[in-house]
Design a protein around this ligand. Structure first.
Ligand SMILES: [Zn+2]
Length: 520
């Protein structure tokens, strides 16, 4: 490989299970993946971003049947709903993966046959407590003190079954060694510690089949037609298959850069099942897992039965383009649970977007239209100008640091501080007063020129989070360069600006509805 070829980056979201329509949790992970993809592309990386849908299993089959629907038709419809939602939210995935696609089915069967031939899969009689919601047997350690599934609050049913098992336990020590050696393999750090502490218990083997007597909506085992594949074993393989495994054109170097973005509820499947499958298949491990906490609504997890499901596409349509991207990244301390409230949403949009960058841009651009001659002389800069312009670089450094550390909140705080610093610069230098004094004509041009350089930096830095607003602001400054592929534009010391005649409305102030709107 040529040394000047760009570094690569493979970013994945989970494949979303098609038993629910896209809600806040799905949207957060997908829009974060989009933000990270844009961030990395802006820094010259060649990025591949995968998302998609997980479409097999008991819950899907039951749900389709309960609605008297053909299962295939049902999964097609929900999968399309996910795809359309992401497209409407301008999330630019490169691959939309579906586990019902023919090639996926073929590759899962190939993986199963490979592991069977290597002696990694065995047939065993098993008796245990089965949770339908989890679609698996729960061990005694996993149920609550009263014998309930902790996730579904239901008593698992006792079942006796002969099934195929993947000998996951063989890889326990190798997995521990890997996670001990690679401190970035699971981030943030407390999740790596959680997984390492889980691995102190003996690891059980993984039941990877379901008899067709109770489930037919799955991938048939290539070596026993009485069984279909356990949905997790099927779904996890998508990440690898999407890079061309096991064909002759497998893009192994892309695979090795993998960052899996997930929420903490599926940490075990990604941090334990998945790497042991890769080890058994002889494939390299993914590079990093990034795990987020949950979004809570009014302090509890969202659920259809509680009626507190938040759908970001609806929020975006109501409160403005790109507002969910800004709010969700700014509100969540990555790795911890966060609470979504409409009131907090409205306050954040008004404070940081409408009254923040929106008001600043409109104030400066309006002053420019009246007073700016298009050029300013950089030689006439004085101390106060240099001081504020230097903040562009410190903001960019803090922004990059936030992304490196998965502290997106800190990145956005640093950016908002540059908005505030620019506002302050305007207030202190009073261009409206300078405009009244002909002797201050040159100073007026300088002050407005400095403001435009700062707006340019704000637009370019914010691009990964607010791509459309970033482009609109640059267009208003008369800058044609594309913020998508470079950050040097943020620090450019331009002395010529062609401010557009029209001041763009970047973000509007929003209000909470006084009463709930009537149902349509
Ligand atoms: Zn359960």
């Amino acid at each position: 490989m040529a040394s000047n070829s760009p570094s690569r980056s493979y970013i994945t979201t989970p494949l979303y299970y098609v038993n629910a329509r896209p809600h806040l949790g799905h949207s957060y992970t997908t829009l974060l993946a989009d933000v990270i993809a844009r961030y990395r592309k802006q820094r010259g990386l060649q990025v591949t971003f995968l998302t998609g849908t997980d479409e097999h299993g008991e819950k899907i089959e039951q749900m389709a049947k309960s609605q008297n629907r053909d299962v295939r038709e049902f999964v097609d419809e929900v999968s399309q709903d996910f795809r359309t939602t992401w497209e409407k939210m301008d999330l630019k995935f490169d691959i939309f993966y579906r586990t019902t696609d023919e090639n996926h089915v073929k590759q899962v069967q190939h993986a199963l046959q490979t592991l069977k031939d290597k002696g990694e899969i065995v047939f065993r009689e098993y008796e245990g407590n089965y949770c339908v919601g989890c679609e698996r047997f729960l061990t005694d350690n996993e149920v609550t003190a009263t014998g309930l599934c902790p996730d579904h609050q239901k008593k698992p049913e006792p079942r006796k079954e002969a099934n195929y098992f993947f000998l996951m336990s063989r890889y326990q020590q190798q997995l521990i060694d890997h996670y001990e050696k690679n401190s970035n393999a699971i981030r943030p750090e407390h999740y790596r510690q959680e997984v390492l502490s889980f691995l102190k218990q003996p690891l059980a083997d993984l039941c990877i089949s379901r008899p067709k007597t109770r489930l037919t909506w799955g991938i048939e085992l290539p070596f026993d037609s009485h069984f279909v594949t356990y949905v997790w074993f099927d779904a996890l393989l998508n990440y690898l298959v999407a890079t061309g495994w096991s064909g002759p054109n497998w893009d192994k170097s892309l695979w090795e850069t993998t960052n899996h973005l997930i929420a903490k509820d599926i940490l075990k499947a990604h941090a334990i099942y998945w790497p042991t499958m890769l080890l058994a298949l002889g494939a390299p491990l993914f590079s990093e897992i990034h795990a987020s906490g949950y979004w809570l609504v009014d302090g509890t997890k969202m659920s259809k039965s509680l009626g507190n499901v938040i759908r970001p596409l609806e929020i975006e349509e109501r409160f403005g383009r790109e507002t969910p991207r800004f709010y969700l990244l700014r509100e969540m301390s990555y790795g911890q649970d966060s609470t979504f409230t409409l009131e907090g949403y409205v306050n954040a949009i008004n404070a940081y977007l409408a009254n923040g960058i929106g008001n600043l841009a409109s104030r400066v651009l309006t002053l420019c239209q009246k007073n700016f001659k298009g050029e300013f002389a950089p030689s006439s800069l004085i101390e106060i100008d240099h001081v504020v312009l230097a903040k562009r670089e410190t903001t960019l450094t803090a922004w990059n640091h936030g992304f490196d550390e998965l502290k997106y909140q800190n990145a956005l705080k640093a950016w908002s501080e540059l908005v505030t610093a620019t506002d302050l610069y305007v207030n202190e230098n009073k261009p409206w007063a300078l405009a009244k004094d002909p002797a201050q004509a040159e100073r007026l041009q300088t002050v407005l020129g400095v403001c435009l350089r700062l707006l340019q930096a704000l637009a370019v830095i914010a691009y990964p989070v607010l791509p459309q607003a970033s482009r609109a602001l640059l267009a208003a400054l008369g800058i044609e360069a594309d913020p998508a592929s470079s950050t040097s534009l943020a620090l450019e010391n331009r002395s010529l600006f062609h401010v557009s005649a029209e001041v763009p409305k970047l973000f509007l102030r929003v209000q909470l509805p006084v009463t709930e709107p009537a149902a349509p």
